[in-house]
Design a protein around this ligand. Sequence first.
Ligand SMILES: CC(C)(COP(=O)(O)OP(=O)(O)OC[C@H]1O[C@@H](n2cnc3c(N)ncnc32)[C@H](O)[C@@H]1OP(=O)(O)O)[C@@H](O)C(=O)NCCC(=O)NCCS
Length: 119
Amino acid sequence: MLIRYKKSFDKIAMGLLSFMPDEKDLKKLQQTKNLYETEENWQLFLWKEDDDIIGLIGVVVNDDRVEIQHISVNPSYRDQGIGKSMVKALKQLYEEKEVIPNKYIVDFFHKCNEKEDRS
Ligand SMILES: CC(C)(COP(=O)(O)OP(=O)(O)OC[C@H]1O[C@@H](n2cnc3c(N)ncnc32)[C@H](O)[C@@H]1OP(=O)(O)O)[C@@H](O)C(=O)NCCC(=O)NCCS
């Protein structure tokens, strides 16, 4: 399930964010985390299964659009549909808005939609 980020998840969130290709630099990573902690329209969510936090999805929320900025799954849990489930849960959370990907996520996002369209 999708849960909202809070400060106590700081370390796990940093670890998951660091898997993003554009978040390899520690300074950049800290700046990104600060954005999620301070900017009202930057919203970060974590994916919890049983008692483990195994995924992260971060967005920027505008009037009519929600742009996914970051998505990451713990490597031990990849290729099990968790990334796709996070996108689906996010769409349900913001059902009144259009959910779109940023340039890093566009291929994965379309892959998720492909399957959705077929089912
Ligand atoms: C990208 C990521 C979040 C996918 O999470 P995941 O839980 O493994 O994804 P799913 O199991 O839900 O995959 C759903 C489909 O997307 C495909 N897919 C996975 N990563 C992809 C990528 N980077 N680009 C395009 N398609 C991708 C999978 O092969 C799968 O397709 P299939 O059902 O035909 O086999 C995960 O690989 C990750 O954390 N990567 C590092 C962070 C990153 O690079 N994020 C930005 C790129 S999206």
